[in-house]
Design a protein around this ligand. Structure first.
Ligand code: 6GU
Length: 228
């Protein structure tokens, strides 16, 4: 977290972060954070008491509690933008089979509690998922990216009229290993370039993300789009 984009943002004072060890809120000699699940079954569940002690110390009235879990609501660009607008995010990374669900219930009346998933696969713990979320959220904090334009052009940027994935991009040299850059990009004709990019984005979205295409708002389509 102290490297690259996040590190620079924190050096500039645009955001700050801290990491806590849940075991600091245990009092037994083995610093136990988990136990067997009631009702039986495989794996271990995180005990509520260390989480309660830790969160009582770490949460503030304006904080949001974010709990990474494969059973959460999908973490999307819109969720990232919503979280970027908050002033204090607390991520509670569960290991094992998850956190005793009374913890989330307990804090729900006190702060906003969000159980979120970064995709349909299972990670061993929430930490890597939280790094993903922090990176997506931080780059939306004003000043964190050098060029704010690069945010609004993103495939999933909120505020885009529609949600398409981005088409292919090219840079110098003009010819590389027998492949030329498409002529239209060398034409200097901004209208044609914009049209070509939009067509490519449509083609790519249709091929790789038919789910996104199905959700497109027809009101955002122009005549040419409809023919594609
Ligand atoms: Cl947020 N946490 C874990 N442990 N696994 C996941 C996930 C989160 N999102 C997808 N898989």
């Amino acid at each position: 977290m102290s490297a690259s984009l996040l590190g620079k943002a924190s050096d500039k004072g645009l955001l700050s972060f801290g990491v806590h060890d849940l075991r600091d809120w245990t009092y037994d000699r083995h610093r136990t954070v988990d136990d067997t699940p009631y009702g039986g079954g495989p794996g271990m569940v995180m005990k509520p008491s260390p989480w309660g002690e830790a969160l009582d110390d770490v949460l503030t009235p304006s904080a949001r509690l974010v709990v990474p879990t494969p059973s959460g609501r999908p973490f999307t660009q819109a969720v990232a933008a919503e979280m970027a607008a908050g002033d204090h995010l607390v991520f509670a990374c569960g290991r094992y089979e998850g956190i005793d669900s009374r913890v989330m219930r307990h804090y729900a009346p006190l702060v906003r509690v969000d159980e979120v998933s970064i995709g349909d696969y299972v990670l061993a713990g929430g930490e890597v998922a939280v790094l993903v979320m922090i990176e997506a959220i931080s780059r939306l904090v004003p000043g964190v990216l050098g060029n704010f334009e690069s945010v609004t052009d993103d495939s999933f940027a909120p505020g885009r009229m529609e949600t398409l994935v981005e088409g292919p991009v090219f840079t110098k040299p003009r010819d590389w290993r027998g492949q030329a850059v498409p002529d239209v990009l060398m034409s200097g004709h901004h209208g044609r370039i914009a049209r070509w990019r939009r067509d490519e984005a449509f083609r790519r979205t249709a091929a790789l993300r038919p789910d996104l295409l199905a959700r497109l708002d027809p009101a955002g389509l122009d005549k040419h789009d409809r023919k594609l």
